[in-house]
Design a protein around this ligand. Sequence first.
Ligand code: HEM
Ligand code: HEM
Length: 154
Amino acid sequence: MPHLKTARLADWQKWLLCLSGGGLWLSGTVWVLLHYFGQIEGEFGPSVHPLEPLMIKLHGLVLIPALMGIGAMMVAHIPKGWTHRSQRLHGVSLLAVLGLLIASGYLLYYAGGERLREWTSVIHWMIGLALPVVFIWHWLHGVSLRRGKTRQAA
Ligand code: HEM
Ligand code: HEM
């Protein structure tokens, strides 16, 4: 069960975030490697690696549980977490990074011009590559905050 009275997350929420987030990161990173370094020699010159479209399909698949997991943060985690002043910067930073990924992901679907799409793609995956750093920074700070409070109470 989620902890409705505190900002702590249930184990299944942590698994959901880690597995779907890890899937997003891996599929995105493999796409970048294949796109920039993995082109193959086709009949009519260099062409897209056959695994590239598969990575995007995988990305779209794990995006569904990832967005469900992020949405679940609105119920208790963020409102309860907001009362911990020292975690606000870490929380807002993580939300800002996720917000940029969601907005640029939307543009990747619907951006009109070729040039705009190219730029959106680079901005999207560069922020995406940095996501684990911000996520782990947020998590570790949250855990040390809780440990500090437990020590104070003892
Ligand atoms: C909440 C987080 C994320 C959201 C909402 C998101 C959303 C999307 C969407 C909607 C697309 C377009 C798919 C298509 O064209 O069919 C996309 C593509 C992509 N994403 Fe993400 N993504 C997220 C995280 C990440 C992460 C962590 C990475 C890590 C590198 C990443 C790398 C990529 C790449 C490389 C593409 C392909 C770009 C292109 O087609 O030019 N994404 N993402
Ligand atoms: C303004 C937004 C946010 C605030 C103020 C916030 C606040 C907090 C606080 C206070 C903790 C420590 C909780 C405790 O163990 O007592 C924490 C931990 C954590 N937060 Fe956030 N958070 C925010 C957004 C997010 C988002 C969007 C995610 C995920 C997408 C997230 C994922 C986590 C995780 C995985 C932990 C470690 C949980 C645990 O060990 O039980 N947070 N956050």
